[in-house]
Design a protein around this ligand. Sequence first.
Ligand code: THU
Length: 167
Amino acid sequence: MVTNHNITLSYRELSDIEELSAEDKNLLKEAMAVAENAYAPYSGFRVGAALRLESGKTVKGVNVENAAFPSGICAERSTISASVSNYPDDKPSAIAIAAFNEEGLTDQPVTPCGNCRQVIAEEETRSNTRIKLILGGKKNIYVIESMSSLLPLQFSKKNLLTNLPSL
Ligand code: THU
């Protein structure tokens, strides 16, 4: 039997940062500001991320590149690592991301790479919550209600548990 499935992705597109709520606007501004600290001598592409926690704290991170290229880390994963390391029980509720190239803030929002989608999705599972994505570009802003919608059919802990070989 063959069954066809369709998955749809819903996201909101805004044309101006002023259309965000005050707290989301502040989070995005924090992501833009911290991008200044990025260590990106190889790509020249500076990314900042700001993660809002339930307590009201904000954890920020940037991409940190390395001469051994694969050793570098994206802004999103450095932020999640900092958050889990310092506030393991404080649930994240939203992450804002902004990137700058040699011309400044990118025209279009940057969407997280596959590795970062996987890590943010597992953080949603670990914290039993949804993490809203606020992706800021010069021309528009995307708001996506949960990482799981950007990573359908994701590989997760469940796969490991159900695929364990029987001993
Ligand atoms: N990068 C991020 O930090 N986040 C993204 O969402 C996309 C890519 C970084 C990785 C690398 O340091 C540089 O941007 C160019 O890919």
